[in-house]
Ligand binder design. Structure first.
Ligand SMILES: [Zn+2]
Ligand SMILES: [Zn+2]
Length: 240
């Protein structure tokens, strides 16, 4: 498989279209051989597990967000999503990008001290709960826990805590609401942008910091790439 293929085709192995089934079945990952219950495979039966899906991409996101000095999460996300030969149109690579973009912008703004380890912690937590296709399968798009991981790390939320955890959960609930208004079909690019716009507002309300934004200037360049079809006029980032 080359990356060019992974990007423009559907199945990462053979390029055929993907089937989504309502009841999971036992499938073997074509890359690592792991057997697990899954709900998506290609028309010819290929399955790629979440660990193998976007392996190189995780490192690209991590290295870039550790390095950038931008305080604008939308700008960071656009730069990463612009690496179209590395970042697929759909998939939880887009959740990693949104998590990395937000935590990097918070760190670069400077009010909160965020270490490199905490940036990586946000990405690792996101990876645990961002699972391909689960936007539709459970109603939780990976970008919701991505935003939650950023606030949790800053607020130091944890199971035994009180307000820290409640605030984190309320952020995630808001993000789920924002994403729900943008479905039909799901578009990871739109979800990243809308979630980060909401997260910029929430960082002001919850953390009292002002992050930069350039929402008005964003024009989507992925219209032709969407395997389920672009929502066009229904999407704020479709500009003709
Ligand atoms: Zn295939
Ligand atoms: Zn695998």
């Amino acid at each position: 498989m080359n990356l060019e293929q992974a990007n423009t085709e559907n199945c990462q192995v053979c390029g055929s279209h993907l089937d989504y089934f309502s009841n999971g079945k036992e499938l073997l990952c074509n890359h690592c051989g792991k057997k697990e219950t899954a709900n998506i495979c290609c028309a010819r039966g290929h399955y790629v597990c979440d660990d193998c899906h976007g392996k190189d991409c995780f490192e690209i996101v991590r290295d870039y967000v550790l390095k950038t000095r931008s305080t604008n999460p939308l700008e960071i996300a656009e730069t990463l999503m612009g690496c179209k030969d590395k970042v697929p149109m759909l998939g939880c690579e887009n959740a990693w990008i949104s998590a990395g973009a937000l935590i990097a912008a918070i760190r670069n703004e400077g009010t909160y001290k965020v270490t490199d380890d905490q940036v990586v912690e946000v990405l690792n937590r996101t990876k645990r709960q961002a699972i391909g296709g689960y936007c539709g399968l459970t109603g939780v798009c990976g970008i919701a826990p991505a935003m939650g991981a950023c606030f949790s790390v800053i607020l130091n939320a944890a199971c035994p805590k009180d307000r820290e955890t409640a605030k984190t959960m309320l952020v995630v609930a808001k993000i789920v609401g924002v994403i729900a208004n943008e479905t039909g079909p799901c578009c990871c690019k739109n979800f990243v942008r809308k979630s980060l716009v909401e997260a910029i507002d929430l960082t002001k309300k919850v953390l009292d910091i002002s992050l930069a934004s350039n929402q008005q200037q964003i024009t989507c360049t992925d219209i032709e790439r969407h395997p389920h079809g672009c929502r066009k006029e229904k999407c704020s980032y479709f500009k003709g």
